[in-house]
Design a protein around this ligand. Structure first.
Ligand code: NDP
Length: 280
């Protein structure tokens, strides 16, 4: 019978572990702080930011909130980042993406000090991930690996198929699986024989952004399926990139949406904030 990988439960365990670490840090006089910057009034971003602040409160991290109007100039945002880079009380800086169109996201990512880049998007941290050096690993890919590890899924020597090659999910998750000694295949919109490739996969990570795209008939019996996608189905209900109903009878383990990878992203952000404070 399929085992549901419970991201809510695993993320709660991680946050409880971090809470203990924060207590120990505070005893040493280190008070972890995260600056959360939101520009504009994107309603999804507002929800994400609120959830991140709630997680901070739970773990014991002080959050410094900057909610800026949509018309904030690129220059003003870069100035704020510069101030936060120098602020001793701020160990991590998170600028919620997407930013309004008149602001260059790449410029903003580059402006954040790599030692405070808890989202792991700065090229220095991405480079560290590529070469296996210490650095911040972006939160969703780190969450995928943590879900596998804490569910006792062995990665070494396994055929891992990642569907999606974005900078924030597909590419970093592929590198992490490789680091764990998986044999990794990356698929994307130009991949010709997706089903053939999926049929070989012991571990499937879906990060496409297309509701219920991956069907049970495309999987190998007993595959482990991690669904990163967050989409709305035809009835407006939240769903992943994987068709859960047809896949659960074929897979050995599977993450639900919601309640799989989503909560792990926030737990790994908290992990990175604690790490940033410890590095200090
Ligand atoms: P992007 O749109 O940046 O990337 C999607 C990728 O899927 C691209 O590499 C694209 O290929 C590939 N793709 C598109 N169509 C197909 C297809 N038919 N067959 C194979 N590959 C295809 O998305 P993200 O990586 O940012 O996000 C992916 C999903 O994960 C989204 O649903 C998003 O909401 C969700 N997400 C969830 C998070 C969480 O915390 N749970 C965090 C981040 C994202 P190509 O490169 O060729 O265009």
């Amino acid at each position: 019978m399929v085992q549901i990988i419970d991201g809510k439960l695993i993320s709660a365990q991680i946050k409880d572990e971090l809470k203990q670490e924060v207590v120990a840090l505070k005893e040493k006089g280190i008070f972890p702080g995260l600056a959360v910057v939101l520009v504009g009034d994107n309603s999804a971003s507002q929800v994400y930011v609120r959830n991140k602040k709630t997680a901070c409160e739970y773990v014991g991290i002080k959050s410094f909130s900057y909610e800026l109007p949509e018309e904030t100039s690129e220059e003003a945002l870069l100035e704020l980042i510069d101030t936060l880079n120098q602020d001793e009380k701020v160990h991590g800086i998170l600028v919620q993406l997407p930013l309004p169109k008149h602001i260059d996201e790449n410029k903003v990512i580059l402006a954040i000090a790599p030692s405070k880049d808890v989202d792991g998007f700065h090229p220095q941290n991405v480079g560290a991930l590529c070469t296996g050096l210490p650095g911040f690993i972006s939160c969703t890919p780190a969450g995928v690996i943590e879900l596998l590890k804490r569910s006792q899924v062995e990665i070494a020597g396994k055929n891992c198929v990642v569907v999606g090659r974005s900078n924030i999910v597909g590419k970093p998750v592929s590198l992490l699986l490789l680091q764990e000694h998986g044999t990794v295949t990356i698929c994307h919109s130009k991949t010709k024989n997706l089903t053939e490739i999926l049929k070989q996969a012991d571990i499937v990570v879906a990060a496409v952004g297309r509701a219920k795209m991956i069907q049970g008939s495309q999987l190998k019996e007993g595959a482990v399926v991690i669904d990163v996608g967050i989409n709305r189905d035809e009835n407006g209900k939240l769903c992943g990139d994987v068709d859960f109903t047809s896949c659960e009878s074929i897979a050995s383990r599977i993450t639900p949406v919601p309640g799989g990878v989503g909560p792990m992203t926030i737990a790994m952000l908290m992990h990175n904030c604690v790490l940033a404070a410890k590095n200090k």
